[in-house]
Ligand binder design. Structure first.
Ligand code: AMP
Length: 210
């Protein structure tokens, strides 16, 4: 089973993806983690993406698609993948579909974690204080949220048209969110499909006029 964890930054995608790795033996593919590792290693790729990531902008489709392609090629016998933070643009989603087809596979389920902008801001403020991730600072976070709303949210109709999209309340505690996701996956998407619209302007957008 191949799952996309979908949602804005700080929605809990990584946390939930890691739980699915432990519970279902799937492989987590987080382009954010891969890019952070490249940045830390000081590789050419890392140097190229560092400024872009720190500002909260999206790196090029070409780069992240290549990272995912490499991982799919390297794990031909995987039970399945959890895509975390990928795809983030329609071009990436189309490329993913093509790559999965090449591997005789497909995206089975897209789980959207729904979290209010106000809660996202609270989470990110706390994470910034605790972990000091550069792109969690308020200015970069504003850019990241804007990238989500303008470039990533348009994927919702893309996946909803394919009947693969399910919404989960991401405001609940971690265990409750996991339980909701398990329900969705065990139903294999049936009965919980929603027709998606782009998210409403929330607290953050109002605060920053985005
Ligand atoms: P994340 O940890 O998923 O929030 O990603 C951190 C940063 O890495 C993002 O703000 C982007 O700069 C970059 N990034 C991660 N995944 C992607 C992607 N699929 N497309 C473009 N940029 C990405």
């Amino acid at each position: 089973m191949n799952i996309i964890m979908f949602g804005p930054p700080a929605a809990g995608k990584g946390t939930q993806a890691k739980k699915l790795v432990a519970e279902r033996g799937l492989i987590q593919l987080s382009t954010g983690d891969m890019l952070r590792a490249a940045k830390k290693s000081g590789s050419e790729l890392g140097k190229k993406v560092a400024g872009i990531m720190d500002r909260g902008e999206l790196v090029s489709d070409e780069i992240v698609i290549a990272l995912i392609e490499e991982q799919l090629d390297m794990n031909p016998n995987a039970k399945g993948f959890i895509f975390d933070g990928f795809p983030r643009t329609v071009a990436q989603a189309e490329a993913l579909d093509a790559l999965m087809t090449k591997h005789n596979s497909k995206v089975d389920s897209v789980v959207r974690l729904c979290v209010d902008d106000e809660a996202l801001v609270k989470r990110i403020t706390k994470r910034f204080e605790e972990e000091g991730r550069k792109d969690d600072n308020p200015e970069s976070f504003k850019v990241r949220l804007n990238a989500y709303n303008t470039q990533t949210a348009p994927l919702l109709p893309y996946y909803s048209a394919q009947g693969k999209l399910t919404e989960v309340d991401g405001m609940a505690d971690i265990a409750a969110v996991s339980a909701s996701i398990a329900q969705v996956l065990d139903k294999n998407g049936n009965g919980a499909e929603i027709s998606a619209s782009t998210p409403k302007k929330g607290f953050f957008a109002r605060l920053f006029g985005g």
